[in-house]
Design a protein around this ligand. Structure first.
Ligand SMILES: Cc1cc2nc3c(=O)[nH]c(=O)nc-3n(C[C@H](O)[C@H](O)[C@H](O)COP(=O)(O)OP(=O)(O)OC[C@H]3O[C@@H](n4cnc5c(N)ncnc54)[C@H](O)[C@@H]3O)c2cc1C
Length: 376
């Protein structure tokens, strides 16, 4: 393989590039990235980027050492797999022998109003931070982890914040126990929670009006939508790679003979059907496997990562190792206590562990999660 093209300059694209070099690929490498800046930490955009006690700074990752050609500010708009050629937004084309797709996702939104904010890129975070600095009233739609982080950031910046979500925020991500404990802390900080489903968001001359399914209307100066993301696959529409509108990879991150994919854009084939794992560490693990299997399709290792994610919000930190949704069963408290809001928790029957406001190294947390005997 002489020329490998990587589309997407996020963490998955960068990790794939570094991995190719680590595996002694000495051919030509080109990275095509829509954003006109080097790779940065996306998770920081809903955390330190909205911390009023810190100057806004882009958390760039260490400078790339892969020595590939970087075409930043460049969007791939079409792919011809027969000709092995990409078309770029400026109508130039780029041939490849091997292709790594790492184009991530875009935030979903309700409207085109510039009073509705989403956060996916540095530019989004800057726009939101600047607007929050004027202390608008804020409605956050969506109580997933991202919605709660953004609500926390807006609250910390002195805004009056309402969050709309069906049920207790984050229950689907961190289980009912931690979700209700963290929601309680958020309410103590002044968050107003509304249990409801949003039907529509309208821009009025006075601000934004969020229409709920039960007929209620919630008004505020701005809306922040955190209602999920959509994989960036428009450029693949004619490429013949999508199945039911999804870019599906196997456990070696393969899409086709000389095409692999990694990160948020990819759906992993599983016995339960295709699943996405849109978290930072999963993008890294997939990118490593994708690069390896592009170079050595015969003996590449298979994805077998321990799911992990973290969140910082309402002055608290939570790290979870294990399956995405924690069970309703009470955890074993290994250290600290739930009352003190600082605890290491273990669900031995479920392969999961959490460190809530207590320090624990990642290897130790993973080890605890895998232990099947009670560790208290
Ligand atoms: C605000 C926020 C907070 C988050 N917090 C956490 C967290 O706390 N913990 C956690 O584990 N995960 C978190 N995540 C998720 C994590 O950031 C993602 O899982 C990770 O960034 C995915 O990396 P990626 O490289 O697959 O995609 P991305 O980071 O989205 O990178 C894809 C890149 O491809 C570019 N691109 C798209 N289309 C094209 C095209 N056609 N041509 C060229 N380039 C293109 C995009 O502009 C982008 O730069 C967060 C995400 C967001 C948005």
């Amino acid at each position: 393989m002489r020329h490998i093209v990587i589309v997407g300059n996020g963490i998955a694209g960068l990790t794939a590039a570094d991995t190719l070099r680590r595996l002694d690929f000495d051919g030509e490498m080109t990275l095509v990235g829509e954003e006109d800046r080097p790779t940065y930490s996306r998770p920081a955009l809903s955390k330190t980027a909205l911390d009023p006690n810190q100057e806004f700074q882009v958390s760039y990752l260490p400078e790339a050492t892969h020595a590939g050609t970087q075409l930043l500010g460049t969007t791939a708009v079409a792919l011809d797999t027969q000709q092995q050629r990409l078309t770029l937004h400026d109508c130039n084309t780029l041939g490849y022998d091997g292709l790594i797709i790492a184009t991530g996702t875009s935030a979903r939104r309700f409207s085109t109003s510039d009073r509705e904010f989403t956060v996916r890129s540095v530019d989004d975070a800057i726009a939101l931070r600047n607007r929050l600095a004027t202390r608008p009233s804020v409605t956050v739609i969506g109580g997933g982890v991202l919605g709660m982080e953004l609500a926390s950031g807006a609250n910390a910046m002195g805004c009056d914040v309402t969050l709309i979500h069906c049920g207790t925020p984050m229950t689907d991500h961190i289980g009912p126990l931690l979700a209700s404990l963290i929601s309680q802390v958020a309410i103590e900080h002044g968050l107003r929670l509304i249990d409801g489903r949003v039907n529509a968001v309208d821009e009025l001359s006075t601000g934004m009006a969020v229409q709920l399914a039960d007929g209620q209307q919630v008004s505020s100066d701005i809306v922040i939508s955190a209602i999920g993301d959509a994989p960036n696959i428009q450029w693949l529409a004619q490429a013949g790679l999508l199945h039911d509108g999804r870019l599906v990879i196997d456990r070696q991150c393969r899409v086709q003979d000389n095409i692999v994919a990694a990160g948020d854009v990819a759906w992993l084939k599983t016995p339960e059907g295709p699943q996405r794992y849109p978290v930072w560490t999963s993008a890294i693990e997939q990118a490593k496997i994708a690069a390896a299997s592009l170079l050595n399709p015969q003996d590449a290792t298979q994805l077998n990562f321990q799911p992990y994610f973290w969140t910082d919000q309402w002055g608290m930190n939570l790290k979870i190792s294990g399956p995405a949704r924690l069970p309703e069963t009470a955890p074993v408290v290994v250290r600290g206590s739930l009352e003190e809001r600082a605890a290491v928790l273990h669900w031995p029957e479920y392969g999961a562990a959490a460190a809530w406001n207590l320090r624990m190294s990642l290897p130790k947390l993973h080890k605890l999660a895998r232990e099947t005997v009670v560790s208290a």
